[in-house]
Design a protein around this ligand. Sequence first.
Ligand SMILES: Cc1cc2nc3c(=O)[nH]c(=O)nc-3n(C[C@H](O)[C@H](O)[C@H](O)COP(=O)(O)O)c2cc1C
Ligand code: SF4
Length: 473
Amino acid sequence: MADDMKKPYEYPFEMPSEDAVAMKDGGVEDRPAGVPKSYARGESVSWTPESISEIHALSRLGRYQIRGFNSFNHRLPSFDDLTFVPATMTRLPLEGYRESCDTKTVLGGGSGLVENPLELDIPIYIASMSFGALSANAKAALGYGASKVGTLTCTGEGGMLEDERRASRTLVYQMTPSRYMLDLAHLRMADAIELVVGQGAKPGTGGLLLGMKVSERVAGMRSLPSGVDQRSTVRHPDFLGADDMQVKIEELREATDYKVPIFLKMGATRPRYDVAIAAKAGVDVVVVDGAEGGTGASPELLLNHTGIPTMTAIRAAREALDECGMSGKVSLVAAGGIRSGTDAAKCLALGADAVMVGTGSLIALGCNSPRYFDGYEALGTEPGRCHHCHTGLCPVGIATQEPELEERIDVPAAAERVARYLTAMTMEITLLAKACGKSSVHNLEVEDLRALSTEASAFTGVKLAGIDRPFSW
Ligand SMILES: Cc1cc2nc3c(=O)[nH]c(=O)nc-3n(C[C@H](O)[C@H](O)[C@H](O)COP(=O)(O)O)c2cc1C
Ligand code: SF4
């Protein structure tokens, strides 16, 4: 064996130029919004233009990709796979204009332990989205919009922002496993507390906020340095399982004088078991966030390849509550991919007591709106396709901490759009509920639905259209 073969291995190359790594001379850069139109369509099942582009990006970056928005996995079922079967002869519909349909929704009143359960005028509220992921103006506009229609919003991971507390009639304070933003005074100013053990967009991992969004103000709220990526822990330091979670819940009840409900939010993975554990541990509200759930930033593989669909998760969660005798005592909130009142009505029929909207509310604020074209272009995207919340360069001022971008939000106008979106969604729900003969949106039930695909039927147990029994193998 030659002598130089015995020497310790030395990597022989200097760092090549960025252009060479990026293969820019070949025209392939990081994956922008889809694959450039000039590419011929690939025919291979495995090596689609998207998967080729993905490998080019991975080989340039040397790490997984991170982005915002939600799953691009087209195998997930859609709420469009379900249809309503309104009353005809066997049931009587309600008169659309003369008969009313109740939309009042109470969260956290079932245990009898809470002095102030949350009383909402509608069964929809604004999802927890952190200050940091969102600008302060976006948070304020969501708060004012939700309050105008009598519903709640939630702080998200980044602590309680003054602007948001002022704007929100009812505000849920989120406690994530990272304690950095926890403030006892804020805890006592909240109308409910939400423990987070996961999110639909990235179950099994903690929060993620890239350095370009960690402004001085965001960093101050989180007691962390500015400009540095913030990767939050995933496991709560105070509990590992049901027994010590029960102790934590009791501690929170004492800290808030038994006044406010305790929520627990989870990503949908094994809801049948996870929901039962949470209910047994004593939470008042369980929030189940399906695989379609949105995010400000997540590893792309988690967005596309983890979790189970929202529709499946709702059914499993409801069955879990039924089986452990907790339906009526613990409220069930569903989230993940809910776009319209129609989607929301389907969630209620599947078993949710209320729904929460994240991405939909951002779109109502102006996300992806056809303005500021240069901003979208600079991100390599266009209105309708933007998923670049992680960059901090949101063209419409929502997912940014840049003052000149944030100013693009006209708070009163944006709040009004959010209020109108929630009102319109509620009208859609009541229209469907009355057609199904229900005097309350909470009377919608699985029997009001039929599945249009075998998958949707198998996922939910909803009867197949025309066959009138659930699909089974
Ligand atoms: C911009 C953005 C920021 C978010 N920040 C948080 C957060 O701080 N904590 C959390 O538990 N979930 C967070 N989420 C997830 C939402 O609370 C919610 O579960 C999800 O958006 C629901 O799915 P949807 O967007 O399809 O409505 C965030 C979502 C978005 C879009
Ligand atoms: S427009 Fe803003 S909020 Fe909407 S996806 Fe793009 S970066 Fe995110």
